[in-house]
Structure formats: structure tokens, C-alpha cells
Design a protein around this ligand. Sequence first.
Ligand code: MCN
Length: 795
Amino acid sequence: MGASDFSKLPHIGEALRRKEDYRFLTGSGNYTDDVTMANQAYCVFLRSPHAHATIKSIDTSGAAGMPGVVGIFTGKDIEGKMGGLPCGWLINNPDGTPMKEPMHPILAINKVRYVGDHVAMVVAESVEQAKNAAEAISVDYDVHPALVSVADAAKKSSGVTLHDEAPDNQCYKWAIGDKAAVDAAFAGAAHVTKLDLVNNRLIPNPIEPRVAIGSYSRSSEEYTLYVANQNPHVERLLMSAFVLGLPEHKVRVIAPDVGGGFGSKIFLYAEDVCLTWASKQLNRSIKWTAERSECFLSDAHGRDHVSHAEMAMDSQGKFLAMRVHTDANLGAYLSTFATAVPTILYATLLAGQYATPQIYVEVDAWFTNTAPVDAYRGAGRPEATYLLERLVSRCAWEMNLGQDEIRKRNFITTFPYQTPVALQYDTGDFHACMDKSKALADVAGYEARKSASAAQGKLRGIGYSSYIEACGIAPSNIAGALGARAGLFECGEIRVHPTGSVTVFTGSHSHGQGHETTFAQVVAARLGISPEAVDVVHGDTGRVPFGMGTYGSRSISVGGAAIMKALDKIEAKAKKIAAHLMEASDADIEFANGEFTVKGTDKKIPFGQVALTAYVPHNYPLDKLEPGLNEAAFYDPTNFTFPGGTYICEVEIDKGTGEVKVDRFTAVDDFGTIINPMIVEGQVHGGIVQGIGQALMENCVYDNTTGQLLTGSFMDYAMPRAEDFPQFKLDTVCTPCTHNALGTKGCGEAGAIGSPPAVVNAVLDALAPLGVKDIDMPVSPHRVWEAMQKGSTTP
Ligand code: MCN
């Protein structure tokens, strides 16, 4: 079935209420912390109070005999018994030499490299007893100077080295694009716009913290790990093959209900491995539930780029070439996908929506004494969009063009379009998104609103952002060529039961995105049954054949497409059964609206009858057909999907306090075919809130000399609240994806990608009369007030 026919099926485009919400809203969800195993003990991790230190000695003797203590492990205890945590993506330097991949020990051996690094695991009968014992462990540290920023890490004069394997603290130097062609274009440009900017470090804060329970069965010699995780099969693969050295079938990973992840639960974390391994040593199930302060310290952080960008233009504001240098902070160790974020997921997106003929990007990636940085909602693509869309608005201001006009002059209009930075966009209609967004935002009424603000002594500004995103991650052949150590396909299995109801097993994972509803809509639409008759199972390596999990807004476009492939197989077999029942040839059977018909006759039978026949095969051609109606399929996409859109933000600024109020926010997105508009709207809302959170208030700060996390709680790390936002205005444009059977493009990250530059551009537009040309996120009242005082002295 083609994507166009699919989009017309019943239930596609229907705003069904989420099936899973009853259990979430009534407190009957089953999260990892709700699971209690027989013979369960509890563990806590003793963490480093220093950002950079040598461990001279650890004395656990006082703790070992304390009440309730079951076991204590340090790095030395487990050294040689398991490998370090692996990084999933290899990056090569331009000269072909590989990146540096220093050992990432499960528990620190000899050295600690960030505040929160794991020093010891204490297992006890209760959490309180484990905490008491952890406090009794005495560690003798020799404290070293800490490196916090990329600038410090790059300074040879500091003499500070985190890892012997990377004496200059650099993980890799990477580049993409034709440098000579870019330099030549710059030489002939009428105007060059330059911009330095920081993409601030963020701390993900899903409602549910990280939680894990490890257990071991002596009779089956199997480990089971319950864990709040977004991709259980990948967790199992990395843990069994790379760390524990076990065959995969001896490890079962179950990620039951998960209360949000936003990318921070994709990775293989030290705690998960450590307690799984220890469950066999101690013959106990072991539970760990992170406290919020541990989440701040040890969940992988996001963003943290420092960049310089330049755009070369002709006299009409047409882009000729772009040049970018980015320094990326990777933190103390490589987290699972860390190396891919500032390269493959960032630099390849820098063409954005524009037909810039030449682009050259260099990325230097550095180790620092901070928590590992990895994927956080959007991962690489928000960083690219922020840089590009800030640069484009600055180009507009320097060329005396409107922010909309410069974008329209440079939009790509023909598809497929090959960018100079590797990606090939299949579809899009950027002008349609811009025009619809301007109409919805009532741009025509902006000047009147600006005058009204001025009359109240307030500044008003308008900001644009036209983003594109590569999601549906990823075609395995592209990922493999770019250094991935695994394919990124997806698996779907359809089990049709004798009564015609269906269970779907998917390798995608839902931790808030509503897959139990939307995947059911897809199956119900294809089979002509009710979504109520479809159950979706995910998050268990023991039940789902395989899976690459959820990140990069891939679930509907890759996981959903795998389900469509399995449905093709179901339909083909069901047609044979129907042909047999109606004594017709297979080729004459048609299937629509849940009924099998014989072409040119009035003969028909419902799907349910065929399902029953598959399991009750009286008078069934067993020599030609196996009983049962159960099919699985693996789907590997041929390309990414490319959602895009234009966001327009209006802010009002209080001149006295510098407080920024987001007064209006409009988002027009192209997600191709939409399965459930209510769920998509919710996704966009959440994404915009996260993006505006980064733009206005969220900011992770380490002390520059000690490496202490200064924003280690909600007292210091501001998160956005509902009262910080106006009612968003949303609409969509639809250019279906050309290469998956649903025509869908991902929607899960769009809001977080498109919104930060729209907000900051609006702030700069408002501050322009005061001569302010630049400001970094978060645009806190203090920063805005300072910029207003400095005025035209800002660069
Ligand atoms: N959908 C649709 N029509 C489309 C596209 C999507 O109906 N054209 C539906 C999908 O069926 C799915 C939802 O929208 O129910 C999101 O789909 P998709 O864009 O495929 O994204 P994923 O399901 O792969 O989710 C991942 C994405 C990412 S990468 C992050 S980070 C993120 C996000 O989604 N983390 C979230 N949204 C989140 N939402 C919640 N509540 N919690 C998180 O941790």
C-alpha cells in the first residue's frame, strides 16, 4: 500500500485519546521503581566530591560491618572482571586517524574525572543502611586542577590532562564540506556576516529519575535488568557484548513504563551494569533509584557548544557560502552516542532550509572535568538550528532585509535536494510553512502591537526561525559509513489472535509519546478493525524479537514502517486463506475496510473469519499454508525523514528589569502524514516548552576553577512552568515523506529544535533600538538588563 492510500484510511488523522492515559492518570502505571523482586537489596553509589583527583586509597573496612550491609565494591574490586562503557560511534580525524576513546571504567580506578563520578557501590538491606555505610567509606584523594570549558581544555599551557590516551584533551577533530570552494566563495562575496555564539549546557530532567533493578537466576544462568531506558535491546547488546562478555540471550532487559527520557535514557550507564553484575556476586536482586541530586550530577547532559560562524552573501542577500568552527564539550568520558552528536547529527544539518551552495564545518571535541554530554531532545540538530537561524537573522539585519525576506530569498524550492553537507532532502515546502506561519502569527498586526507595548514603556520584538531536522534515525548504510557500530533498523511483529484481535510487538519504546495509541491506529487502519482491538507491546527483550529503540524521532517512521511491512505479510497470507474459503484464486482477492472480497463478485468475508480460520484449520490446505497468522519484519529506511517548519515568536521586554515575556508563539510544521493530530500537537507543545526553557532560563553552570556543579538542584536550575507561556498557535503543512509506507516524518523533537532561535531573535529585535546586537542563552533578566546597559558596545 502506498503512503497516499494509507493516509486516507480510517483512524489515520484521527485525534484519538491516548489508550495509555488511563493507567498513567490513575496512578496504575508500572514504573521500574514500582517493581519489587524477591530477595531484593538496595544500593547507593558513593560519588566523587572532586572534579579531578587521583584516588590514593579507599578504606571500606569501617563500612563493611555496618548494619544491613550486603556488599561493597570499588573500582579495584571489579577491575579486570568487566570492560569499560563503550561509545557507539567512531569518528575519524580528517587525516584518517581514529578519535581517542579513553577507558570509561564502571567504577573509578585510580582517578575521578567529574563531580559525581562513581567511586564505590554499597549494597544493603535498605537504602538508608546503604547510605550510612557509604558515608563511612574513607577515600583519600589527591586533588588536581579542573578543566571546565572547551577553551580551558584546549589551552596547552594548563598542563592538565584528563586521560593518558588523550594528552591534549582532544577526542577528535572533524570536518565536512569543501574548504577550498568555501574560501573561494568568501573571497568574492559582497558581504560577510559573522557571529560568535554559545549553545548553553542543559541538564535533562525527566519526571522519573533513572532507576534499575538487577537480578540473577542461578537455575537459568540469566540476568534480568529492569531499567528506565529508551532502548532495551541496545542496552542489552552493549552490556552483554562489550562490558560483561556474555551471550545476549543470557541477559533480559525490561524497560516497563518510563516517565520521560528526552534522550537521557538512551545510554548504557555505569549503575545499570554494576548492579546487574553484582546481583550474581551477591545472589541478591539489587535496586537503585537515583535521587534528583544524582540526576543533576550524573545523567548525561546536553548541548555545550562554542561556535564561530560566517555567511558570505551577494549584494542581494543570496547566500554564497557558510563557514563554521565549533568546539564541543564532551565531558569527562564518552557517553554512548556522544561523538555522533556534534558531528553527524549537527554539522550535516547546517544547510538548514537554504540553498547555500558551499558549506564547510570543522568540529573540535574536548574532554573536560564535567558530566558526560550526549543526546538531549534534538541532539545536534537544535545546536545546528540555533547557530544557523541566529546567523540568518543577523544577515537580514546587516543587509537591511526582513527576517522573513532573507529566508524566502534563500529557501530550497526543488526536491530532492542534495546539500553540500551530505544529506539529501526528499520533500518539503518551506515557502508554504513560512506563509502559513506569518498569517497565523498575524505579522500584519505586529507594528500596532509594538506601538501598544511602547505606550506601556515596554520593548517588543519579533523573531523567526525556519528549521529542518533529519530524523527517523537512521539508514543503517549511512550510519555505518559514518562510523556507527550497529545498524539502526527497526523490527515489528504482528500477532493476529484467533478472534481477530491483534498484539503488536515493536522495537520502538514509548516513554511518553503515545505509541500504544498511534501504533494501534496504524494497525487498526490497515486491518479494518478497532484500535481497541490492538495492544502494543514494547520495552522487553524477552518478548519483542529485536529493536533499536527510540530517539531521533524515529518511532513512527521507522518502527511504524516495520509494522507496515509485517502487515503486508499478514495481508498476503490472509488473502490466501480468504481465497481458499471463497474458492477463488489468490490473485482475485481484494482487501479493504476489514473485508476480503473476490474481484467482480459480491462474495466477501470479514477479517475476523480469516483470523479464526488461520487457527482452526478445518478444511484448510495444510499442504500449502501453515496455520497461524503471525508475521515479523525488519525495516531499514533508505533515508532520514526531514520535518521542517517556520516558528515566529513575539516577546515583550520590561525595560526596568530585563524580564522577557513570550507574548505570542506560532509554529507551522511539516510532519508529512499525521497519524494522531492530538498527540502530535502535544509533542510540539512539549518541544517548544523545552526549547523556550533553554532560551530563557535553563543553564548548567560549573565553577570554573573547582569544577563543582553550581546548578545542582531546582533551586539553581530553572525549569519552565505553564505560567511562562502564552497559548501556542499551531498548524501544519503536509508534504508526505517519499520513502516510508506511511508518508510520516518525525515530530518528537521539532519544537525543541525550532524554538530557541525564534525567541533569541525576537529578543535581539526588541533590543536593536538600544544598539544590542548579540546575547547568549539563556536570556535571563540579568543578561538582558546587562545588555541594555552596555547597548551599542555589544559586538
Ligand atoms: N506521530 C504522528 N504523526 C506523525 C509523526 C508522529 O502521529 N507524522 C506520533 C507518533 O506515532 C508518536 C509521536 O507522534 O506517537 C512521536 O513520534 P515520533 O516523532 O516518531 O517520535 P518518537 O516516538 O520516536 O519519540 C522520540 C522523540 C524524542 S527523540 C524525544 S527526545 C522525546 C520525544 O519524542 N522525548 C519525549 N517526545 C517525548 N515526549 C515525552 N512525553 N517524553 C519524552 O521523553
